[in-house]
Design a protein around this ligand. Structure first.
Ligand code: NAG
Ligand code: NAG
Ligand code: NAG
Ligand code: NAG
Length: 182
């Protein structure tokens, strides 16, 4: 894991104490882009966002894994927009099969905690068949890390057998509630 010591320590602190540190007024998806680099192993049927209100946007993904996967890893990065997207805090590699058995990665715990109830990806390896994310929306109360107001991109690159298979890039907006955080 390429998370630096200080960042890990600070993050560990926030995750250890379940205090409410986020009062976001807006935390919503703004874009999704996916691409398969090996159509004989993973195909996207569709992915889309649907705004149901001003601050609630639903994310849907429908894809299929065509052969069982026992070795999956994820390269996850977060970028923050500032004259283009600049790397922001997290650049990590996760052994997905091991993670799903042990849940031992604090950053992954946040992302997984946000989406697990909206997806059938919430089980352990092997993975095969339909991979569905349905009506997933972001809930700031589950974020539990301090985040400055801004536009972000979460770039996930999925590797099977150590080879890049597909990308899932999701952009989102986060706006702090400055009134409440006083
Ligand atoms: C996803 O984002 C990463 C990082 O910016 C980029 O390298 C990759 O090409 C993007 N993938 C797609 C399908 O846009
Ligand atoms: C593409 O997927 C097939 C399985 O259908 C696999 O055997 C092959 O190694 C994959 N190729 C790459 C470059 O990942
Ligand atoms: C996903 O897409 C496939 C192929 O188009 C379709 O048969 C299936 O019903 C879709 N699943 C969901 C949950 O939308
Ligand atoms: C896993 O996803 C299903 C929906 O596909 C959901 O009903 C179930 O509650 C989820 N399990 C967990 C542990 O989140």
């Amino acid at each position: 894991m390429r998370c630096q010591l200080m960042i890990c320590a600070v993050l560990g602190l926030f995750l250890t104490f379940p205090i409410k540190i986020n009062d976001a007024v807006v935390f919503k998806f703004t874009n999704i882009v996916g691409e398969s680099y090996n159509q004989s192993w993973f195909v996207y049927h569709n992915y889309r966002l649907k705004a149901v209100s001003r601050n609630k946007v639903l994310l849907n993904i429908n894809g299929t894994i065509l052969h069982p996967v026992n070795d999956a890893s994820i390269h996850g990065r977060i970028f923050k927009k500032a004259n283009g997207y600049k790397p922001w805090l997290f650049d990590i590699y996760i052994d997905a099969c091991q993670y799903l058995r042990k849940r031992n990665q604090p950053v992954a715990n946040i992302v997984y905690g946000l989406f697990k109830q909206f997806s059938n990806i919430n089980h352990s390896c092997p993975y095969v068949g339909p991979q569905i994310i349905k009506d997933f929306y972001l809930r700031p109360e589950l974020l539990r890390i301090p985040m400055p107001t801004g536009d972000y991109l979460l770039a996930l690159q999925w590797y099977f057998d150590k080879k890049l298979q597909f990308d899932t890039n999701v952009s989102f907006t986060f706006v702090e509630d400055l009134m409440k955080s006083k």
